[in-house]
Design a protein around this ligand. Structure first.
Ligand code: HEC
Length: 161
């Protein structure tokens, strides 16, 4: 680093300690959830996701992630209402990457059903990838520990395939 020479030795040690701590935290995170995309344990990511959820998702999926009424039943046009994102829904049945793909590219592409008609928008070009990860991390952070653990397992199983 160019600035290293002007920082007193003490600060250098401190910087090294911080770097070491960060890499240990990163390793700890990886150990627990290898390859997981979502960061439900990172308060900053979750806070950012909460704001994105309120602005982009709550109108359909509900302010408390409760979804729309009768979300299992298609309407006259064949579209499903928005499902809940809380533990009563289906969201946690999907691995991280599928949740990301649904949100970014839409259900049709994520499910490889090109003709599928749905009210779920796609967010490619609307939200940055990091914002999609943040909003899904916020959603995951709302699930009880047991549901989170199950979705971790679903994500790991998808990676083994
Ligand atoms: C205009 C209404 C609407 C908005 C806004 C919306 N969704 Fe959806 N979403 C839906 C509907 C409807 C479905 C059900 C799709 C289907 O299967 O036809 C859905 C499904 C999903 C699913 C799949 C859930 C499952 O159980 O399979 C995810 C993930 C999802 N939405 C994430 C989001 C996120 C994240 C946002 C905000 C960035 C968002 N949605 C905004 C209507 C919406």
């Amino acid at each position: 680093m160019v600035t290293a020479s002007v920082i007193p030795a003490q600060a250098g040690t401190q910087g090294f300690r911080i770097a070491l701590l960060l890499s240990l935290l990163l390793l700890a995170g990886c150990d627990r959830n290898p390859g997981s995309l979502l960061r439900p344990d990172d308060p900053q990511v979750v806070a950012r996701g909460q704001a994105i959820y309120a602005a982009h998702c709550a109108a359909c999926h509900g302010a408390r992630l409760e979804g729309q009424a009768n979300w299992h039943e298609r309407d006259a046009s064949g579209r499903l209402p928005a499902p809940p994102h809380d533990a009563s829904g289906h969201t946690w049945h999907h691995p991280d990457q599928v949740l990301f793909d649904i949100t970014k590219y839409g259900v049709a592409r994520a499910a490889k059903m090109p003709d599928y008609v749905t009210a779920m928008p796609k967010y490619e070009g609307v939200l940055a990838d990091a914002d999609i990860v943040a909003v899904l991390s916020f959603i995951k952070a709302q699930w009880p520990a047991a549901v989170r653990a199950q979705q971790d397992e679903v994500t790991r199983a998808a990676q083994r395939q």
